[in-house]
Design a protein around this ligand. Structure first.
Ligand code: MRU
Length: 366
C-alpha cells in the first residue's frame, strides 16, 4: 500500500504542523473515491485506503480504519455520495452505512443528511446526476460544519477549564482518541487540550492507553507528539492512583452518543473515569458536536452499545495472550449518567449542569 504521509492543508493553522488527512473525496478519471488514512496501521505506518464503493467504506468503518463519532458521520455522508455518483443502489448503501456500527449517533445522522439531499434533488427532477451532486454537497457541508464546530468547542472548552481552575495550568486526563483523526477539524476533547497547549496553559495531557484497541496509545499519543504537547501515556488501570496523587485537574473526553437526558456513551473506560472524578472532586467534561446528541434516545439504558469480537481482548496488538478458548467481554462503549458529568461542551454552548431540560433548550435553539 502506498505511503502518502500527511498533507499540508487545513483551516488557518499557523504553526506549520500539517493537518492530518483523515478522509477526503477525490475524483480521478476512473471515478470518484473516498480516501482514508488507515487508522488501524497508525502510528507505525501512514498508509491510505481507497474506497471505490460504499461496501468498502462499510468494511473500513467496521475495522476502525475510519473511526470516532464525528468522522463516522462525515464518512457516512460521503458514502451515500459515493454510491450515488457511481450509480449503485443508494437506498441499500445508506442502510448498510448507517448500520455499520450502532453507537455513534453521528453515523446515522450523516447518512440521513446526505440521503435526504439526494432524495430531495431526485424529487425536484434533478435526475441521478443532480441527486448525486446534492448528496456530495451535503457531505461537504457536514465536513465544513464539523470543522467549524470543532473550533468553537475548543474555544468554549478552554474558557470553561479556565473558569473551573482560574489562573493555573491544566493537567487534563483524556480517554480514547478525539483529535484530527476523528474530525473535519481539530477534534473534540483533544481540540480543547490543544487550545490550552497553544496558549501555554496545558501542564500535562494524561493519555489513557484505551484497551483493548489502544486508540490512546496509538493515536492520541501520536497526535500529541505531532503537536509537541506535554503528554504522558498511562495504562487505563493507573488512572485511580493518578487521581489519588492529585495529578488530575480535569477529565476531558468526547462522546459517541448523548441521550435526551444527558447520558453520555463514549469509549469503554469512560464511566470509571467519571466515577473516579466524582470521588476526587475533579471536573468531568464532555466535548461533542451537536451531531452526537440524539434526542430520540431517551436515556442511557436506551443506547445500543456495540459488542465487538472477543479476540480484541484475548489478543494484544495481534498477539494471543489468553489461553485458547477464553471467553471475553468486549463492549466498545459505556454509558456515563448525567449526574456524573460536570459539563457538556458543544458548538451551541456549554451545558452545566447536565439536564434533560438543558439538552431540550439547546436542541430548540438550533
Ligand atoms: O471505537 P472508536 O475508536 O470509534 O471510539 C471512539 C470514541 O469513543 C471517541 O471517544 C468518540 O468517538 C468521541 S471522538 C470525538
Amino acid at each position: 500500500m502506498a505511503d502518502h504521509g500527511v498533507r499540508p492543508g487545513g483551516s488557518g493553522r499557523t504553526d506549520g504542523i500539517p493537518m492530518i488527512p483523515a478522509l477526503r473525496w477525490e475524483e480521478p478519471p476512473e471515478g470518484p473515491v473516498v480516501v482514508l488514512l488507515d487508522q488501524t496501521r497508525l502510528p507505525a505506518e501512514e498508509s491510505e485506503l481507497t474506497c471505490t464503493d460504499a461496501a468498502a467504506l462499510v468494511g473500513a468503518i467496521r475495522s476502525l480504519a475510519v473511526r470516532g463519532a464525528p468522522l463516522l458521520g462525515i464518512a457516512g455522508a460521503y458514502g451515500v455520495a459515493l454510491a450515488a455518483a457511481r450509480g449503485f443502489d443508494v437506498e441499500q448503501a445508506a442502510g448498510a452505512l448507517a448500520g455499520a456500527r450502532p453507537t455513534a449517533a453521528n453515523l446515522e445522522a450523516g447518512v440521513r443528511r446526505a440521503k435526504a439531499a439526494y432524495d430531495a434533488a431526485l424529487a425536484a427532477g434533478g435526475g441521478p446526476d443532480g441527486a448525486a451532486k446534492a448528496a456530495l454537497e451535503a457531505a461537504r457541508a457536514l465536513h465544513r460544519e464539523d470543522a467549524r464546530a470543532s473550533e468553537r468547542m475548543a474555544e468554549l472548552g478552554l474558557t470553561l477549564l479556565d473558569e473551573l481552575r482560574p489562573g493555573g495550568g491544566h493537567r487534563i486526563l483524556t480517554h480514547c482518541n478525539t483529535g484530527e483523526l476523528v474530525s473535519g477539524g481539530e477534534g473534540t476533547a483533544f481540540a480543547v487540550a490543544l487550545a490550552a497547549h497553544r496558549v501555554g496553559r496545558l501542564r500535562r495531557l494524561w493519555v489513557d492507553e484505551t484497551r483493548p484497541l489502544l486508540q490512546g496509545a496509538r493515536l492520541t499519543a501520536w497526535e500529541a507528539a505531532r503537536q509537541r504537547m506535554a503528554y504522558t501515556l498511562l495504562a487505563d488501570n493507573a488512572a485511580g492512583s493518578l487521581f489519588a496523587a492529585g495529578e488530575v485537574d480535569a477529565v476531558v473526553v468526547g462522546a459517541d452518543r448523548i441521550a435526551a437526558d444527558g447520558s453520555v456513551a463514549n469509549k469503554v473506560g469512560t464511566y470509571p473515569l467519571a466515577v473516579l472524578a466524582r470521588y476526587h472532586h475533579v471536573p468531568f467534561v464532555v466535548v461533542a458536536p451537536w451531531t452526537t446528541v440524539d434526542v430520540h434516545t431517551p436515556d442511557g439504558a436506551s443506547v445500543e452499545v456495540e459488542q465487538r469480537a472477543g479476540r480484541e481482548v484475548t489478543e494484544v496488538a495481534g498477539v494471543v495472550v489468553a489461553p485458547l478458548g477464553t471467553q471475553a467481554y468486549n463492549p466498545a462503549f459505556d454509558v456515563t449518567p448525567p449526574e456524573l458529568v460536570t459539563a457538556i461542551v458543544t458548538e451551541r454552548g456549554v451545558l452545566s449542569p447536565v439536564t434533560a431540560e438543558g439538552i431540550a433548550a439547546l436542541q430548540g435553539g438550533a
